[in-house]
Design a protein around this ligand. Sequence first.
Ligand SMILES: *Cc1c(COP(=O)(O)O)cnc(C)c1O
Length: 383
Amino acid sequence: MFKKLAFTQRRFLNMSLDSSKLVINKTTTPKTKLPNDELVFGKSFTDHILEVEWTAQEGWGTPKISPYHNLSLDPSAVVFHYSFELFEGLKAYKDDNGDARLFRINKNMERMSKSANAIDLPAFDKEELAKLIGKYVEVEKDFIPKGNGYSLYLRPTMIGTTPSLGVATPDKALIFVIASPVGPYYKTGFKAVSLQATEDHVRAWPGGSGDKKLGANYAPTIKPQRLAAEKGHQQILWLFGEEGYVTEVGTMNVFFAFQKPNGKKELVTAPLDGTILEGITRDSILELCREKLGDEWEVSERNYTIHDVKKAADEGTLIEAFGSGTAAIVSPVNNIEFRGENIKVPTSEGETGEVTKKVLQWINEIQYGKSQFKNWSTLTKDL
Ligand SMILES: *Cc1c(COP(=O)(O)O)cnc(C)c1O
């Protein structure tokens, strides 16, 4: 009985996040905005930071937008020792009317709350956080660069801040959001990448945390990535199990297209079985392709292996492959090194395949408000 009450109380406090309490303190020393051709991903930031603190006693505090600043934390804060950290990545786009738009932010909020739940950080009201992010984007609107491929990358983050070396559920936490103006991933059109399929390192496993956006999942992937780069490959193709299931590429989901014996074509990506990060781009591609590719195509979420890919390449039934994620939307693949051999992946349109190209265009048009699809694009002023 007592335990149940405590739980209810904790839930109530956690849902106390209230966007109407937002306090905005604007900078008196605005930064000069970089010209579009000088934007480097995640290197320059806007004038402000959005922050909300949480304590187990008080729940969520007053949300604040204030001048961009360093964080001050006790060196014992649990984030530094036990990786109580999770993040999101999404972008704000400027449409032809000069209004700011977000793409499926509700999906980011859902995923963020699953990540928080996985490491016992507090729950929050997802709609309220989306509203706060909308208000933050409105404050930073002049930092959203104009033009196709240009956007403001948003990084919502939650950390455990309890000053203690005890390994336990944090009783203090902080949500913060920072923003970086970014340019198109491919400045001069598509550039297909070469992958190294690795059996020495495993990114995610059933029952693990690889299906959540936790900071702890990423540091261990950097060294294998560097070693692959030293061999001339841009990304790692992560496999799982003795069967060699294809899971993801770098920090993107991955799709392969095959010609099937029944005359149809099949676009395939791995199912969300705990080894796959639930990409919002992945989900969007599945929905759009199911709706728009036509009868010639089947769209599947199913397991497939690197051996299936190699066999299809050998038999001439491999059509194309691409990674998917917020940063690039899609990233075409032209080669996979596996056990010292190169599997050539066709790119029917020079640096890219046909589906890859279509998907990029469809998603781009929705993100910039040029076409509507299922209310996926929202004006921040309407949030
Ligand atoms: C963020 C991420 C993705 C892509 O997710 P999007 O929501 O499409 O940006 C895919 N895989 C991993 C491991 C990721 O961290």
